[in-house]
Design a protein around this ligand. Sequence first.
Ligand SMILES: Cc1cc2nc3c(=O)[nH]c(=O)nc-3n(C[C@H](O)[C@H](O)[C@H](O)COP(=O)(O)OP(=O)(O)OC[C@H]3O[C@@H](n4cnc5c(N)ncnc54)[C@H](O)[C@@H]3O)c2cc1C
Length: 338
Amino acid sequence: MDTRHFVIIGNGPAGNEAAATLREHAPHVRITVIGQEHAIYYRPNLLPDFIAGRLSEDDLHVKPLDFYKEKNIKLRLGQKVIDVNFANREIVLEHKEVIRFDGLILATGGKPRIPEHLQVFEHLMLPLKTLPDAKAWIQKLQQIDSILIVGGDLTSLCFTKALLSMGKKVFFMIQGGAFWPVRFDADIHDSVSRALTKKGVEVIESENIKGITKISDNEIVVNTETRKLTVGAFGAFFGLMPDVKFLARSGLTIERGIIVDERLRTRFEGVYAAGDCAQVYHPGIRDYWVSIGYRNARNLGKVAALNLLGEQVTADVAAPGIFQFDEITVNTSWWTEF
Ligand SMILES: Cc1cc2nc3c(=O)[nH]c(=O)nc-3n(C[C@H](O)[C@H](O)[C@H](O)COP(=O)(O)OP(=O)(O)OC[C@H]3O[C@@H](n4cnc5c(N)ncnc54)[C@H](O)[C@@H]3O)c2cc1C
């Protein structure tokens, strides 16, 4: 009887693919998936369609709760991991419970990155990363007609498309920092600006926000170098950064993400990282690369699980984050810094 306990921190695509793979190849091990959100596994990349009313909440879900029961995978939702002790092979939950593991896969994804010059306005922004974020936007959009989007990453463009489909007025400030790792230049700016304008977005030709004042719950005044705008809400979209702060003192090597080799191994035996939180060695560029995206997260989750079970699978790291948004080719900035 195999009594090993494999724990996965993260209930997103990477974590779930890892859990399903472990169960498929190791029918008897104990598997626990921990997620800090209360929602069961959903597709974050479909949140703009959910906001636009094209999909219901049920449509976002990937697997029903019964799946976990059938597969004997313990799902612990609404539970946040606050520390990992790799020497003792223990993780600590926010409510102080300690869980022992024999193998661990870190799949904590990313969180929105707000550049320094906008952090002072963070309390006035609405983020879009999780299902609760999307629900907050849905509520807000029932009361407002205009939105200012600052950034230019993948989420900002998908979200803009959703807002336009709802008949909202969208102002857009394109910011170079949202296009990492591509060197932002006038050509990129012009092509994004043209495509947005063609769809009815009003592009604000200014890089700097001088001040933002909240007039009421549904009215915000934004002063740029060239314009004074009154909008109902405002969001900054500069990609994601790895959600690994709780691991900062754990002894793991962390740069833009958790450093792993091409087999997704961290420096601790039996501990792997997968998905948006991982910074993976890429033999092609002889460097570490953070590769984001839904499909990529699932692939890495699978590779981590197989290697945890003793196989020797190399991660197939996708070409640096090129995504298509209608006629625009964008390279997202989801990982500019840690
Ligand atoms: C609005 C939006 C649109 C997107 N559009 C696209 C797209 O069009 N195409 C595309 O390829 N990708 C898109 N993405 C990105 C894609 O969704 C992510 O790359 C993918 O979800 C990453 O999967 P992951 O499993 O690595 O992390 P996540 O999906 O972020 O999951 C991380 C999990 O870890 C949990 N977690 C984090 N910290 C802790 C902790 N301390 N304790 C317990 N649990 C924790 C979280 O609750 C979550 O369950 C989009 C993302 C968003 C938000």
